[in-house]
Ligand binder design. Sequence first.
Ligand SMILES: Nc1ncnc2c1ncn2[C@@H]1O[C@H](COP(=O)(O)OP(=O)(O)OP(=O)(O)O)[C@@H](O)[C@H]1O
Ligand SMILES: Nc1nc2c(c(=O)[nH]1)N=C(CO)CN2
Length: 368
Amino acid sequence: MGYDAIRLTGLRFEGTHGVLPDERTTPQPFVIDAEVQVDLAAAGRTDNLEDTVSYADIAFVIDRVVTGETYHLIERIAATCAQRLLGLDDRIQAVTITVHKPQAPMPYDFHDASVTIHRTRDQAGASRALGAPPKQVSGIYEGELVEEDDAARAGSAYSAATPAEGASVTTPTAGLGYYDRKSLADLGEDGEAVKAHYRDPELEAAFPVRSVLALGSNLGDSRATLASAIQALEAADGVELISTSPLARTKPLGGPANQRDYLNQVVEIETQLSPHGLLDLAQQIEEDHNRVREQRNGPRTLDVDIVTYASATIDSPRLQVPHPSAAERAFVLLPWSWMDPVALLGGRPVRELAQEAEDYPDVVRLDT
Ligand SMILES: Nc1ncnc2c1ncn2[C@@H]1O[C@H](COP(=O)(O)OP(=O)(O)OP(=O)(O)O)[C@@H](O)[C@H]1O
Ligand SMILES: Nc1nc2c(c(=O)[nH]1)N=C(CO)CN2
């Protein structure tokens, strides 16, 4: 073998993938083997987790695809796993994924049905440089195409799995965002935080990444403004809406006295926009909703903050991610936890952080 690799074999999950309607409601076993090519020389020298890719993160990415999503074909499960893994860490050069479906419904006595695919970072980079529409590009992008019926399927599969009252769309059962989960893995054995994932804010994502946005309004028709802002996000190029939280009515935290209560809401998107590109979009949407910025923390028709962007830490003059105040704001954390009950921020459950925030008692869930 002429290359370094991390290998996971026999990862077993229950999933609802298949062409037959029954397969899409009744879980059956799927077994995944993954070979992830990473240069392991540095980790071999330093004995440091930060110098390699954690196999736990690799397993988590695969878990999220196999248990949290629903596809017709094992080819597509494999392609999606490959794509998400290449998006997990820039140091991953190539991946080989085998998806086994040992109980595939066939009237034959057989041991296993499986597919194996190999995807390299170069293939992904080349197809991106060509700027070809994803469907015409073989390989890595295919798994990410979400047709309309897929989005609907995903929505229904998710809400069946996680009956979060009132949430219009909820996140998958396996719901720990793997990017958030990564921050857990970033804790070294002694619990000390290791290197943060600093990210160039101008760089577009090679693959769609998850981002959580927080919206707030306390001027004008706030309910209509939030709905319209979410519509604008959904309609924007390079953005796919994944989940929206229930609305929260919240008391103003900070800022001048006698402000009206806010309506707050959190959404999760998938995007290939760069962090600055996403900030531009957020600010454009604010402007389109007549945002007036007169004083810090003052009343506003619409505020759109980027709470997280993949697992990135960003500190540019225009943008800090994770949003520096998010971890102390129940008006962000509680709606987020309603949308994704197992979400983590900085390795801590968002639900717990919400309970510790000073404005926790001032946040009321609105279910209609
Ligand atoms: N994660 C982020 N999301 C949105 N804006 C950010 C972020 N990090 C830094 N900024 C910068 O913050 C600037 C001020 O934003 P804004 O006017 O919305 O502040 P604010 O709403 O008064 O306070 P806050 O950002 O604490 O909610 C923006 O122009 C933007 O460049
Ligand atoms: N309840 C609540 N308070 C706030 C909010 C907000 O969205 N909701 N936004 C602020 C600055 O962005 C300051 N204070």
